[in-house]
Every structure is written in structure tokens, then in C-alpha cells.
Design a protein around this ligand. Sequence first.
Ligand code: 3PG
Length: 220
Amino acid sequence: MKLYSAELNEKMSRILQAGPVLPVITIDPEDSSQGENLLCALYAAGIRVYEITLRSPAALPAIKRWQAKYADICVGVGTVCTPQQAFEAHQAGAAFLVSPGTTPDLLDAMIDTGLPCLTGLATPSELLLGYQRGCRVFKFFPAAAAGGIPMLQSFSGPFADVKFCPTGGVSEADFLDYLRLPNVLAVGGTWLAPAPLLNSGDWQSITSIAQRSLKAAQLR
Ligand code: 3PG
């Protein structure tokens, strides 16, 4: 059984503390400038930690370009669903990996990369799968549909040493309620760069949403 180290839990926690609001980004492969414009809009808001999802083939090539543009950013790869994708994300320069769920094979592959990981879960049994390997920081997905805040409060009983990044169905209206839970380090989602604003290229509005979300997160 491959084990995930305490040091990697620590690294993942530090990444989430540096990025308490984590934009989940899917780049349009048909629009080569969209990803860069979005990065600039979020960077201008003070966002330094990003999750680029593998839902678009444009994700992996963007990582090194983004890191070359801003030295102080941390770009993770999300929607890692297969061992091969974990390997490819590592090769492409991902700073951390995010998966929507957890299976033994996927955990092995994610651990093999040596990268900090946020494996996904929606149930206590999935949590135990990662917990037995040493994981203490997880993505709670899909947060709203899987029980939201009451579920995270319930997790805090049996899993007192576990921290979460809830994602999926979180909005600008409720992200702070999640973030104020003692077992939540960061909250992720697309509310920071909503699809209509992204598609219309309204970068100023995206900067405004991200700026006020980040500020509220820092003052929580
Ligand atoms: C994810 O992969 O984390 C989610 O798809 C983001 O969900 P959201 O669009 O509801 O924020």
C-alpha cells in the first residue's frame, strides 16, 4: 500500500492557506487568448493559486506558460480521473493534483508523482480510503449536492484531524459560510470566473468578483 506523507499534507495545507478561494478553471481550447486573459484578471485580484481542469486539452500546455508569466503563482491540475492523467499532469509541471473522487489505483498514481494532492470524496468511506494512506487534506465534492456545510460539520467528529476544500455548487453567496468552518482551509469553484463573464470576455467583472471574494476570505 503506497503512503502519502505528513510533509505532503503540510505542503497541500500551505497551498490552500495561500489560496483560500481557489478558481476552478476550464480553458476554451478554441480560444487561445482566453486562458491568459483569465489568468491576468485573477492575478490582478490577488489570486495566486489556480486549479486548471483536464476537461480541456488546453490545460496541460498552459501550466508552464502561466508559470513563466508570473513566478509567484501555484498552478494545480484538476479533474484528474486516471493514473495516466496524474502522470501527465506531473510531467506538465503541475504544482499539485486534484481529483473529483478516490480509487486505490488513482491514489497510487497520485502518490507516485510525489506531488501534494487533494483527492476528492463525498462519503466517509472514500475519506477512509485516503485516510488509511495518510491523506489528511481532501477535496469535498460535489460539496453542495453531497451535504454541504452540515456534512462537513459531521465529518469533524470522527475525522477531527482532517481538513477540506469544498468545491462544487459553492457560490459567492455562501463560500464564506464554508470557509468559516474550522475544518475548511479553502473553497474552490467556478463562481470566481463565471462562464457568462468568461465567454463575454468581461475581465474587469471577473477581477472584481475575485478581489472581493479574496478580501472577504482574508478577513473571515
Ligand atoms: C470542480 O471540479 O471542482 C467543480 O466542477 C466546480 O464546480 P462549480 O462549477 O459548481 O463551482
